[in-house]
Design a protein around this ligand. Structure first.
Ligand code: PFF
Length: 441
C-alpha cells in the first residue's frame, strides 16, 4: 500500500511545526533562559539551533523521506539490524517525555479554568507564586488535569483526526503568534520593562558555564523535536517533490522565532513585577497573569493565552504519542486502539509520579533531581543528544549516497551547501555533541 502523504507541502511544514512549537518554546524556553541568566544563554542557544539544529532537522527529515518509514524501520533500512536499536531508544524517549509533558499540558487546562474563575488576575507576585506552587504540590488536582490531557491526546490519535486538528491549529497558531506580539507590546510599555529586555538580550559571557551549554543544547533538541526520530516520522510522509531543506528551515525558523518572542514576553514581566527569575517550571504560569491583570480585557486574554498554549501543547503531545504508538503497530502489528490505550495508561502512571514529585514526593531525589526533573533531564540532555549523534553518523557515513540523492535537485545537480552539510554530519555534529555530553558526566 502506498504510504499516505501530506496533502500539500505546506501541510507537511505545518504538521512538523505543530510538533516542534509547543510547551518547549513557551513554557520551557523562558524559564531555562532565566535560570541561566539570559543573554549569553540566548546566544548559545541560537548558535546551536542554526548549526546543529538545522543540520539534524534536514538529516532526520531526509532519512524519513528517503525510506518512507518510521524511525525503527528507517534506521534498520539505512544502517542495518543494529541501528534499529537507536530507533528503540527514541521510542523510549518519547514515552518518557510524554509522561511529564502531559502533566504540564494539564497545567494549561487548569490555568484556563483559573482564568475563567478570575482567581489569578493580580500583579501580586506572592499570590501568583503561591497559587502556582500550591496547585502543583496538590496530590490530586494536577493529576486529574494530567489525566484529561493524556486522554485528549489519545483521543486525537484514536479518532484519527490529526489532519483535522492540523487544519484548525494552523489558524490557532497564527492567533497564538499575534497574541504573543500583543503581550510583548503590553509588557514593554510597563515601567521597568527595559531591565528585562536587557537581561534577555545582553550577553554576559562571564556567566557561561559548561552546564549552560548542556542546557542550551538540551533545550534546542527538546523544542525542535529533534533526536528521537519524530522528524523521521514526519519526513516519511513527505511527498517526493517536497524540498526537505526548505521545510527544515521553515520549521527551525518558526520555532526559534516563537522561543525568542516568548522570552521577550516573559522577561520584562519578571522585572516589572519583581518575580523571582529562578522560579523554574512555573515561570510562564506565574508571570503572565500579572501582565493580563494590567490589560483591559485581561481575563479574556488570559483565557485565550492558556487555551492557545494548550492547543500548541496538544499538537506536540500528539506527535510524541504517534512515535510511541506507531512503533508498536509497525514492528509488532499491534492493534492501534489497544496500543494507544495501554501506552496512554502507562505514560499516565509515570506522569503521576512526576506530578507528585513536585509536591508530596519532593524529597525523593536522584542525582539531586526529583522525578519530574529527572525525566526532563534524561530525555532532553542525554537521550536526545545521543540520538542526534547517531542520526548524524548514519547520514554522514552510512547512508550518504541515499541521502545526498534525496537532497539533490530534480535535475541531478547538488545544492552548494551539500558538502558543508556532509562535513557537519560526519564530524562537527558527532564530535561537538559528544564533547558537550562528556561535560555532563
Ligand atoms: N518540541 C515539543 C515542544 O517544544 O513542546 C516537544 C517535543 C515534541 C519533543 C515531539 C520531541 C518530540 F518528538
Amino acid at each position: 500500500m502506498a504510504r499516505a502523504e501530506w496533502g500539500s507541502r505546506l501541510g507537511f511544514i505545518l504538521a512538523a511545526a505543530g510538533s516542534a512549537v509547543g510547551l518547549g518554546a513557551i513554557w520551557k524556553f523562558p524559564y531555562v533562559a532565566a535560570q541561566n541568566g539570559g543573554g549569553a544563554f540566548l546566544l548559545i542557544f541560537l548558535v546551536i539551533v542554526f548549526t546543529l539544529g538545522i543540520s539534524l532537522m534536514i538529516a532526520e527529515m531526509s532519512v524519513g523521506a528517503s525510506t518512507k518509514k518510521s524511525p525503527v524501520g528507517a534506521y534498520r533500512k539505512l544502517g542495518g539490524k543494529w541501528w534499529s536499536s537507536v530507533g528503540y531508544i527514541g521510542v523510549l524517549c518519547g514515552f518518557l517525555i510524554l509522561s511529564f509533558y502531559s502533566v504540564v499540558g494539564g497545567w494549561t487546562i487548569a490555568y484556563i479554568v483559573k482564568s475563567i474563575q478570575g482567581s489569578i488576575l493580580t500583579t501580586d507576585p506572592a499570590v501568583l507564586s503561591r497559587t502556582f506552587d500550591s496547585f502543583i504540590a496538590d496530590p490530586v488536582m494536577p493529576i486529574w488535569y494530567h489525566a484529561a490531557f493524556m486522554a485528549l491526546t489519545a483521543g486525537v490519535i484514536l479518532a484519527g483526526v490529526q489532519k483535522g486538528i492540523e487544519r484548525v491549529s494552523k489558524h490557532l497558531m497564527v492567533m497564538l503568534f499575534l497574541l504573543i506580539l500583543i503581550l510583548i507590546a503590553r509588557g514593554l510599555t510597563l515601567h521597568g520593562a527595559l531591565d528585562g529586555v536587557v537581561t534577555f538580550l545582553y550577553p554576559d559571557f562571564s556567566k557561561v558555564t559548561p552546564t549552560m551549554i548542556i542546557e542550551a543544547m538540551g533545550l534546542a533538541f527538546f523544542s525542535m523535536s529533534l533526536g528521537m526520530g519524530c522528524m523521521i516520522t514526519y519526513g516519511s510522509y513527505a511527498s517526493g517533490e517536497t524540498s526537505i531543506p526548505n521545510s527544515a528551515r521553515s520549521v527551525i525558523g518558526l520555532t526559534t522565532l516563537i522561543c525568542f518572542l516568548s522570552g521577550l514576553m516573559v522577561f520584562p514581566a519578571i522585572f516589572v513585577f519583581n518575580f523571582n527569575p529562578l522560579a523554574g517550571p512555573g515561570l510562564t504560569f506565574i508571570t503572565m497573569p500579572a501582565v493580563f491583570s494590567q490589560m483591559s480585557g485581561g481575563q479574556f486574554f488570559s483565557i485565550l493565552f492558556f487555551f492557545l498554549l494548550f492547543v500548541a501543547a496538544l499538537t506536540s503531545s500528539v506527535s510524541l504519542m504517534e512515535v510511541v504508538v506507531s512503533f508498536f503497530i509497525d514492528e509488532f502489528q499491534f492493534p492501534r486502539m489497544m496500543t494507544t490505550v495501554i501506552m496512554s495508561i502507562l505514560m499516565f502512571i509515570l506522569g503521576i509520579g512526576a506530578s507528585l514529585s513536585l509536591g508530596v514526593w519532593k524529597n525523593y531525589t536522584l542525582f539531586g533531581k526529583n522525578l519530574f526533573g529527572l525525566l526532563d533531564y534524561v530525555s532532553s540532555n542525554l537521550i536526545m543528544p545521543f540520538g542526534g549523534i547517531m542520526i548524524a553518523i548514519l547520514v554522514g557515513w552510512k547512508a550518504w549516497p541515499v541521502i545526498s540523492a534525496r537532497l539533490a535537485y530534480p535535475d541531478g545537480t547538488c545544492p552548494v551547501w551539500l558538502p558543508l552539510f556532509k562535513f557537519i554530519c560526519r564530524f562537527v555534529a558527532p564530535v561537538l555533541i559528544f564533547v558537550i555530553l562528556l561535560q555532563n558526566l
